[in-house]
Ligand binder design. Structure first.
Ligand code: FAD
Length: 355
C-alpha cells in the first residue's frame, strides 16, 4: 500500500491538466501525487476513436497547459495525433503516470483518508481528483423489441468506419455531432435512416466564445443543482459546416422521430410506418464513468452529484474534472487548474504539507 496526498484517477485531458497544475502547486510525484490510468497507452479516450475522426473533423483539441499541440494536418486521425501528443506531454511534464491501473473502488477510511482499490494494489490519498471521462460508459436507451431484432446493434464506441455497413440498411439513432458525422460517412455506402428524439437544432452562425460560455453555463446550473449533467455539445446545437451542408443537400440528414419499437427485421412506429434494417447504430452518447466512486455515496436523491465548482458539494477533497460543464478539452484544462488550486489551499496552506 502507498500513501499519497493526491491521487488523480485517469490521464486524459482532464487528468493531465490536473496533474500538471498539482505538480506546479508543489505536490511531488511519489509522496505528493500519483496519476493512475486504466489504458495501456497514453491518449485517454482519443486513442479509441474511429479512424475517420480526423483532426479537421474534431471540434478542436485544445493545447494542454505548458506544451502546445505540434502542427499536424487536418487529415491525420485524432486517434493517432492526440495520443502521440499526450505521450510527449507526460514525458515533458514528468508525471510518471502509472498504467495500466484500473481503480475499482474508492472508499473513506476511519482516519479520514481515501482508500483506492485498484488492479495494481492499493493506494491511500488525502484527496482524489477523478478524471475518468465517459468513453467507458456508452449509453444505449431501452426500446421494446431490442431483444428480438435480428440485425446488429452497434454503439458509436464500437464504430470503426463505414465499410462494415456497405450495401446495408442502417438506422442511426441520436441527435449529436457523432450521429451527424457517422451518417455522412455511412450514407456513402449504405441506405441510412436518421431518427432523433427531438428535431435537431442547427447552428448556422459561427460558434464563438460567447456561445460556448452560454452553453457551459447551462450545464453548470445542472450540476450545481445535483441534476444529471447532460453534455455541453448537447446544448450547443449542431454546427453547420460545409460538409454538413453537403450531406443535408443529399437528403442524408432528413430526420424522423425515434421509432416506437424494434422488430425482428427493423424498426416500427405506432402509426404503422416501418423501416427494414440490417443494423441499428446507437449514437446515443455516454454517461460519466463514476462506478468506482459508488462507495463514497456522492449521489443525491435526484440521482445526480451536486457540485460546487470542481468539487463535490460538501466534500472539498473529491474533485470531478472533465465532468459536466468541464467535459470538453478546454473545460478539462480549466477544471484541472481549479482543482489543483483548491487542493493546494486545502492541503498545503503555507506551502508546507499540512499533514
Ligand atoms: P478521457 O479522455 O476519456 O480520459 C479518461 C481516462 O480515464 C482514460 O485514459 C481512461 O483509461 C481512464 N479511466 C477511466 N476509468 C478509469 C478507472 N476506473 N481507473 C483508472 N483510469 C480510468 N471535446 C473537445 O473539446 N473537442 C472535440 O473535438 C471533442 N470531440 C469528441 C468526440 C467524441 C466522439 C466524444 C465522445 C467526445 C468528444 N469531446 C471533444 C469531448 C471529450 O470527451 C473531452 O473533451 C475530453 O477529451 C475528455 O477528456 P477526459 O480527460 O475527461 O476523459
Amino acid at each position: 500500500m502507498s500513501d499519497v496526498d493526491v491521487a488523480v484517477i485517469g490521464a486524459g485531458q482532464a487528468g493531465l491538466s490536473a496533474g500538471y497544475h498539482l505538480l506546479r502547486a508543489g505536490f511531488a510525484p511519489g509522496p505528493g501525487l500519483v496519476v493512475l490510468d486504466a489504458d495501456r497507452r497514453p491518449g485517454g479516450a482519443w486513442q479509441h476513436r474511429w479512424p475517420s475522426l480526423t483532426l479537421g473533423r474534431t471540434h478542436h483539441v485544445h493545447d494542454l497547459p505548458g506544451l502546445p499541440f505540434p502542427p499536424a494536418g487536418d487529415d491525420v486521425p485524432a486517434a493517432e495525433a492526440v495520443p502521440a501528443y499526450f505521450a510527449d506531454y507526460e514525458q515533458h511534464v514528468g508525471l510518471g503516470v502509472r498504467r495500466p491501473v484500473r481503480v475499482h473502488a474508492v472508499r473513506r477510511t476511519d482516519d479520514g483518508r481515501f482508500l483506492l482499490r485498484t488492479s495494481a494494489g492499493e493506494w491511500t490519498a488525502r484527496a482524489v481528483v477523478n478524471a475518468t471521462g465517459t468513453w467507458t460508459r456508452p449509453f444505449v436507451p431501452r426500446y421494446p423489441g431490442q431483444e428480438v431484432f435480428r440485425g446488429r446493434q452497434v454503439h458509436t464506441v464500437d464504430y470503426r468506419g463505414p465499410a462494415e455497413f456497405a450495401g446495408q440498411s442502417v438506422v442511426v439513432v441520436g441527435g449529436g455531432a457523432s450521429a451527424v458525422q457517422l451518417l455522412g460517412e455511412i450514407a456513402e455506402v449504405a441506405h441510412t435512416t436518421w431518427v432523433t428524439r427531438r428535431p435537431p437544432v442547427w447552428r448556422e452562425g459561427p460558434f464563438g466564445p460567447e456561445e460556448g460560455r452560454a452553453a457551459v453555463a447551462l450545464v453548470a446550473d445542472a450540476v450545481r443543482e445535483g441534476r444529471s449533467p447532460g453534455s455541453v455539445v448537447g446544448v450547443t446545437g449542431l454546427v453547420v459546416t460545409p460538409w454538413v451542408r453537403a450531406a443535408r443537400e443529399r437528403g442524408v440528414l432528413d430526420r424522423l422521430p425515434v421509432f416506437d419499437r424494434l422488430t425482428p427485421d427493423g424498426v416500427a412506429w405506432d402509426d404503422g410506418r416501418s423501416v427494414r434494417a440490417d443494423a441499428v447504430l446507437w449514437a446515443t452518447g455516454f454517461r460519466a464513468a463514476l462506478g468506482h466512486l459508488a462507495p463514497l455515496h456522492l449521489r443525491g436523491p435526484g440521482g445526480g452529484i451536486a457540485m460546487e465548482g470542481t468539487h463535490v458539494a460538501g466534500e472539498p477533497r473529491v474533485h470531478l474534472v472533465g465532468y459536466g460543464p468541464s467535459a470538453s478539452t478546454i473545460g478539462a484544462n480549466r477544471a484541472g487548474r481549479e482543482a489543483a488550486r483548491e487542493l493546494r489551499r486545502l492541503l498545503l496552506p503555507d506551502g508546507v504539507l499540512a499533514r
